[in-house]
Ligand binder design. Structure first.
Ligand code: BES
Ligand code: MN
Ligand code: ZN
Length: 500
């Protein structure tokens, strides 16, 4: 989507469609009022007929109103003016964009950013507008023969109208940010929704290579199993042993910042299918374990957003990718493997494989001397029990980093909630035969998973995002959400001082 920010007299603007907000009880927004005047009160006359009152979810398309220079006028209900919040606003933008995608208009003026939204700056409102409008273009029908949902005349260009001409530059930046975040979300959703037979570790590696094409600041390096063996990644490789697809360690190095600036490292769990291994998962819903690479997908999406915006930051994405399947050569309960760091691990449950591939990727990340490391993983079913699908679980060995991420989640409408990582939980990982066990029993499963990872991140400022509940929706609207690309990009924008 292409965005241009403009300001000035709305009645003088030619367009294929102009979108205006209407509040409850037919209350007109500022632009609606100006346009109403320009067409001698036609808009209020039409509203008096009662087909639309301005409630949230309502809309009305009007054509060729005399005196106006727009071919269409799209009225969007915004609900009570005093109650319009970020959620309601997003809903209004999405509705407008969906209607326009079904119309023949391929360019439109949105006057919605002029609306006042509780506790939202202009930067946020404009960014949310672009994010919602671009994001509403995502379709999950890539592999359907008939693309019934695909609009015939999709919207291509949106002119965002704001009232304060002094803020055009800031608003244009906000629009670019929103667009890039939405494109990152779409990439993460696409990768997540792809089935396990297509989205293999090799496929992810190819997509990383593709991402680097034409992006001069992004270099991609793929480590093969042989190289991982040399590095001593016995834990990671033990998981891929049970699969015919070779594991890959994907390293994406984006150098947008100063040479001496320490990088942020994002480590994303890339299990392209998790059947559980010998500790096989039950059949119902097992298809959803194709989403076990959504941590990796969020790293791809965030890196893409960084590249698109050319952010002045050094960012490294590390994606350990493998399948977890039952096989004659697969890990068996009781097996003991040696991690790259040297710690021996007793694998008491082969389904706790995420931590087995992440621990070696985290040890590998030490070589980048990162400022901070954040791993993102669909790690535990226990996190879905604890937090449901609204909040991502956050655990960290550093309070400042945890606060930064919580704050980013809050600002980007992509919330996380912190759980404790107290030493009291660590003994749950004790093993009789190895340095550490890969499971910690029934209690506090999300915390003990993070405790496991914490054994490998002692030298770094580290945070762990458990996205098991937030990365995809189940049921009728099954599909990847693209979370937490928004949170992560906001975190990086803020670090660059570019979040408005
Ligand atoms: N990928 C799963 C976690 C998961 C399960 C995410 C369900 C979303 C929904 C992970 O590899 C896993 O299987 N974890 C086990 C750990 C247990 C064996 C300690 C789990 O949560 O059951
Ligand atoms: Mn598992
Ligand atoms: Zn898993």
């Amino acid at each position: 989507m292409h965005y241009i920010v403009k300001s000035g007299d709305i009645t003088q603007q030619k367009s294929a469609c102009t979108v205006i907000g209407i509040f409850s009880k037919c209350k007109l927004s500022a632009s609606a009022m100006a346009l109403d005047e320009a067409c001698n009160g036609q808009i209020s006359q039409i509203l008096k007929k009662g087909d639309m009152e301005g409630e949230s979810g309502q809309s009305l398309m009007l054509y060729d109103l005399p005196g106006l220079s727009c071919e269409r006028l799209l009225l969007i209900g915004c609900g009570k003016q005093s109650e319009l919040d970020a959620k309601g606003y997003q809903k209004a933008v999405t509705l407008a964009t969906e209607i326009l995608n079904e119309s023949r208009a391929t360019a439109a003026i949105y006057t919605l950013p002029e609306l006042e939204i509780a506790e939202c700056s202009l930067y946020q409102v404009v960014r949310d507008t672009a994010l919602s409008a671009t994001a509403s273009h995502y379709r999950a029908d890539r592999l359907k023969s008939e693309k019934k949902d695909e609009p015939k005349h999709p919207l291509k260009k949106i002119i965002l109208f704001i009232s304060d001409s002094k803020q055009i530059k800031l608003a244009q930046q906000a629009a670019n940010h929103g667009n890039a975040i939405a494109n990152g979300i779409s990439l993460a959703k696409e990768l997540g929704d792809l089935p396990g037979n297509i989205c293999t570790p090799t496929h992810l590696a190819d997509r990383a290579t593709e991402l680097a094409k034409g992006a001069s600041k992004l270099k991609v390096d793929i480590l093969e199993e042989k190289q991982m063996e040399k590095l001593g990644m016995g834990s990671l490789l033990s998981v891929s042993k049970g699969s015919r697809q070779p594991a890959k360690l994907i390293i994406m190095n984006y150098t947008g910042g100063k040479k001496d600036q320490k990088p942020v490292v994002l480590v994303g769990k890339g299990l392209t299918f998790d059947a559980g291994g010998i500790s096989l998962k039950p059949s119902p819903g097992m298809d959803e374990m194709k989403y076990d690479m959504c941590g990796a997908a969020s790293v791809f999406g965030t890196l893409q957003a960084c590249v698109e915006l050319g952010l002045p930051i050094n960012l490294i994405g590390v994606v350990p990718s493998s399948e977890n399947l039952p096989d004659g050569d697969a890990n068996k309960p009781g097996d003991i493997v040696t991690s790259m760091q040297g710690l021996t691990i007793e694998i008491l449950n082969t389904d706790a494989e995420g931590r087995l591939i992440l621990c070696d990727a985290l040890t590998y990340s030490e070589r980048f001397e990162p400022d901070v490391v954040v791993d993102i993983a669909t790690l535990t079913g226990a996190c879905v029990v604890a937090l449901g699908s609204h909040a991502t679980g956050l655990l960290s060995n550093n309070d400042a980093l945890a606060d930064e991420l919580l704050d980013a989640g809050q600002h980007a409408n992509d919330k996380a909630w912190r759980l404790p990582l107290w030493d009291e939980y660590q003994p749950q990982l004790d093993s009789n035969f190895a340095d550490i066990a890969n499971i910690g029993g029934k209690e506090a499963g999300t915390i003990t998973a993070a405790c496991f990872l914490s054994r490998f991140t002692k030298k770094m400022k580290w945070a762990h995002l458990d996205i098991a509940g937030t990365a995809w929706n189940s049921g009728k609207s099954k599909g990847a959400t693209g979370r937490p690309v928004s949170l992560l990009t906001q975190f990086l924008l803020k670090r660059c001082g570019l979040d408005g």
